[in-house]
Ligand binder design. Structure first.
Ligand code: NAI
Ligand code: MG
Length: 497
């Protein structure tokens, strides 16, 4: 963001702190871009340490005042349901602003906003499901545990699903009674302030949800290092996740991390190949591959590999890269000029290392796409697992194809990366499917069902892909801490000295 500069100007996109939209205390701003045109479309407040501090103080005031935390759980649930209703009422306008700000196809943005509303529907069931345990076995004694909110949770979110991520990073923490300070990604700030405004309209009290915009090193680090924030939840790159963990170490903060991935998408010869083909296109190229669980490595079994690849390439040729506001577009632009450059770097490295481009690898040639951050869907084969293409998270529409002979070879290739977020398996053989699920080193296994998510089902990244459980009732433990109370009601006295 440095090259885009920090300046003093009147912002269009404000922070949301202590119940109101506000500029930065010192007036700093930055620009947000329309990735389909490569031009700026808004001036955004740039939060410094003092703005983060203001948000954290407001969050604690709200928490200590008990205006949210002490509400009856059914009342907190009612207000959460109201947020979801307001989102559904404004779905089209949120989706349009989202597409303008991050370039994703409008039809996908609509689906994301609807998903955010359904995510809140689920979390509205959570306040009434927070439970402790009773330990009443010892005569004359009674003990119980309960889950208490941390107080203030700091949330740091990425740009790949801006509105959905703003909701996802905050809603579990809010549902169990915390106040939250959210630092949204600098590439896609617009809809997170809208979300905070809708929450206020739905009755989330002043100071309970705060949004501070800005970059990672200034604003994100100020939040993660803030001594008044005992819990951090972060989604983003593994590189920054490790930094956050270091920041948290100094203050012994609890840290929840959802990091990168290099998901294998394994097609066995016995799979339903039509189903596998449709699912493989989706998992590789949906959201232009800018998803932590994107199936960026296609592992296909020899014997069907030629036939499967040729069918896949036919379908890839039919995918439309274009203006995200057109309903027929499959792939909009990437999020930023930096991301386009990064992904292009992987393509160049792949070519240099001897991988073969089967399709794409370039920017589209249509003149009307020349200024946006567009890239053709790209398929590589003749890659080896040790190449960057086979190891690193690319976060773009770039698929690497590897072939395998046996089940053992497929699983060994699948596990040969540092990541362990998700894995997809295509097979109709129950024994093969279950054995693969047992041996794959990943927190989510998708058998014939890539990208399938249900909000009531928890997940957690393995290896370098994260720390801690998210979604489902398991997220209650993630966003609360345990307290136990040992009680002696029987009158027994200690006989120690
Ligand atoms: P990033 O990890 O730098 O950014 C994610 C969030 O962390 C943003 O809000 C950013 O401002 C913040 N951040 C960055 N540095 C920080 C710091 N020192 N302290 C506190 N917060 C900080 O990701 P970036 O640069 O946008 O994308 C680079 C690569 O990261 C992508 O190509 C992709 O491979 C990966 N990534 C993975 C995501 C996932 O969902 N797992 C999401 C976004 C990116
Ligand atoms: Mg970064």
């Amino acid at each position: 963001m440095a090259e885009r500069g920090v300046m003093k100007a009147s912002p269009d996109v404000l922070h949301f702190i202590d119940g109101a939209a506000r500029p930065s205390l010192g007036g700093e701003t930055f620009l947000t871009f329309d990735p389909s045109k490569g031009t700026t479309h808004g001036v955004v407040a740039f939060g410094q340490a003092e703005d983060v501090d203001l948000a954290v103080s407001a969050a604690w005031r709200a928490y200590d005042g008990g205006h949210w935390r002490n509400l009856a759980p059914r009342e907190r649930a009612r207000r959460l349901r109201r947020i979801a209703d307001l989102i559904r009422e404004r779905l089209d306008s949120i989706a349009e602003r989202e597409t303008r700000d991050c370039g994703k196809p409008l039809r996908d943005a609509r689906a994301d906003v609807a998903a955010a509303a359904s995510l809140i529907d689920y979390f509205a069931t959570v306040p009434e499901n927070v439970r402790g345990t009773v330990y009443a076995e010892e005569v004359g004694h009674f003990a119980y545990s309960r889950r208490e909110p941390y107080g203030v949770v700091g949330a740091i979110a990425p740009w790949n699903f801006p509105f959905l991520n703003a909701v996802w990073k905050t809603i579990a923490a809010l549902a169990v009674g915390n106040s939250v300070v959210l630092k949204m990604a600098e590439q896609s700030p617009v809809t997170s302030t809208l979300y905070a405004e809708l929450c206020a309209e739905a009755g989330v009290p002043q100071g309970v949800l705060n949004v501070v915009h800005g970059d990672g090193p200034t604003t994100g680090a100020a939040l993660a290092c803030h001594p008044g924030v005992p819990k951090i939840t972060f989604t983003g790159s593994t590189e920054v996740g490790k930094l956050i963990l270091h920041y948290c170490a100094d203050a012994v903060k609890s840290c929840h991390l959802e990091l990168g991935g290099k998901t294998p998408n394994i097609v066995f010869a016995d799979a339903d190949l039509n189903q596998a083909l449709a699912g493989s296109l989706f998992t590789s190229f949906f959201n232009s591959g800018q998803i932590c669980t994107s199936g960026s490595r296609l592992l296909v079994q020899e014997g069907i590999a030629e036939e499967f690849l040729s069918a896949l390439l036919d379908r890839v040729r039919g995918m439309r890269v274009g203006n995200p506001f057109e309903e027929t577009t499959h792939l909009g632009p990437l999020i930023s000029a930096e991301q386009l450059e990064r992904v292009n770097g992987y393509i160049e490295d792949g070519i240099k290392s001897g991988a073969r481009v089967l399709h794409g690898g370039r920017r589209p040639t249509e003149p009307e796409l020349a200024d946006g951050y567009y890239l053709q869907p790209t398929v590589f084969d003749e890659i080896t697992s040790d190449m960057k293409l086979g190891q690193e998270e690319i976060f773009g529409p770039v698929l690497s194809v590897l072939k395998f002979a046996s089940d053992a070879e497929a699983l060994s290739l699948a596990n040969s990366v540092t990541y362990g977020l998700a894995a997809t398996v295509w097979t109709r053989d129950l024994q093969r499917a279950m054995t693969a699920a047992e041996r794959l080193e990943a927190g989510i296994i998708w058998t014939n069902a890539p990208h399938h998510m249900q909000w009531n089902i928890p997940y957690e990244g393995h290896k370098d892909s994260g720390l801690g459980e998210d979604l489902g009732l398991e997220s209650i433990a993630t966003f609360t801490r345990l307290k136990v109370n040992y009680m002696n009601f029987g009158g027994g006295a200690l006989d120690w000295a």
